[in-house]
Design a protein around this ligand. Structure first.
Ligand code: NDP
Ligand SMILES: O=CC(=O)O
Length: 319
């Protein structure tokens, strides 16, 4: 009998075909209040699960006595309680690297659209307000030759630095807990303290994982340190930012604007003040969402899943 796995997110048929060679699949295109009870039922004798965003903690694992592996179709794994998994000897995997370029493209898009006010101008044209040449109130600010500060110079941060330095002649500052010599050599990135980065950068891009140490990493003090002309970009997780402090900084002109792909609550509530701010560009957590990259992520996660099920050590085992 083949091992049983649950796929709890819509994936390409080629991914299902690959998994099916080794495993019996129970497929839920999405988990919601309708499908969750059946998912919990199937979990009781599942050997693996693959999908993204599901909170996997001790309580859930009580329902999963046969589970060997949890394969995330995402690089972030803040949805997983690693202590609960390792206490039960269950492996966890993620999908690093394959999404770096697509997420970096999204970040560059956020930088440009915020600095050059593209969504606002798009509405200006489409609502028939374009009657004459535009004057100063509609001007944006330059991106090229400015200073970009990256907090979290890992896989995605480095792909952003590459675009910004080689494409836009930007000066790159970064802060991590450890040095990234590769980014220093390739993109002339300068390591500095978080405080120095915040004071000197024209664009601050937050790209750390969400951990107990990075929760609310950007708060009142951090926004106060930023230049009044600076733009804040967050494509990491909503909770790495104190959203109240960000709203205050934007409302009081402590910073110029923000480009955000992630929020404390997703989907965001329409009464969140960020929604109605002209100096904020919002995206619905689509950093990696291209057909090509989402396929690569799902295929990599499937490969991790099958390796774990076969008793091997998956390539992207989270340690
Ligand atoms: N919006 C979206 O659609 C997407 C969001 N993401 C988010 O982006 C995150 C980063 O992804 P990725 O670049 O692949 O991850 P990496 O692990 O490659 O990079 C993370 C970087 O953050 C740094 N970091 C970690 N903790 C801290 C800290 N406490 N202070 C300062 N720096 C820190 C790490 O350096 P060091 O360890 O030296 O501190 C590392 O350089 C993911 O975890 C996910 O949450 C990812 C993909 C898409
Ligand atoms: O948010 C997306 C991820 O891959 O992490």
């Amino acid at each position: 009998m083949k091992p049983k796995v649950i796929v709890y997110k819509k994936v390409d048929q080629r991914v299902l075909d690959f998994i099916q060679k080794t495993c019996e699949i129970v497929y839920f295109e999405k988990l919601d209040s309708n499908t969750y009870p059946a998912f919990l039922h199937e979990l009781k004798n599942a050997n693996g699960i693959i999908g993204s965003g599901l909170k996997v903690d001790g309580e859930l694992l009580e329902n999963a006595p046969q589970l060997k592996i949890v394969s995330n179709i995402s690089v972030g794994y803040d949805n997983l309680q690693l202590s609960a998994l390792s206490a039960r000897g269950i492996m966890a995997t993620n999908t690093p690297e394959v999404l770096n370029d697509s997420v970096a493209d999204t970040i560059i898009g956020l930088i440009l659209s915020t600095a050059r006010r593209m969504p606002e101008l798009d509405q200006f044209v489409k609502t028939g307000q374009w009657k004459t040449n535009l004057e100063e109130p509609w001007f944006g600010i330059d991106v090229h030759h400015k200073v970009l500060g990256i907090i979290g110079m890992g896989g995605i941060g480095s792909a952003v630095a590459k675009r910004a330095h080689l494409g836009f002649d930007m000066e790159i500052l970064y802060h991590n807990r450890s040095r990234n010599r590769d980014a220093e050599e390739k993109y002339n990135a300068m390591y500095c303290s978080r405080e120095e980065l915040l004071k000197k950068s024209d664009f601050v891009c937050l790209m750390t994982p969400l951990t107990p140490k990075t929760e609310k990493l950007m708060g009142k003090r951090e926004f106060e340190l930023m230049k009044e002309s600076a733009i804040f970009i967050n494509c990491s997780r909503g909770k790495t930012v104190d959203e109240e402090a960000l709203i205050h900084a934007l409302q009081t002109g402590e910073i110029y604007g923000a480009g955000l792909d992630v929020f404390v609550q997703e989907p965001i509530n329409l009464d969140n003040p960020l929604i109605s701010m002209e100096n904020v560009v919002t995206l619905p957590h689509i950093g990696s969402a291209t057909y090509e990259t989402r396929f690569k992520m799902a295929m990599l996660a499937a490969t991790n899943l099958v390796s774990g099920i076969n008793g091997e050590i998956p390539a992207n085992l989270i340690k």
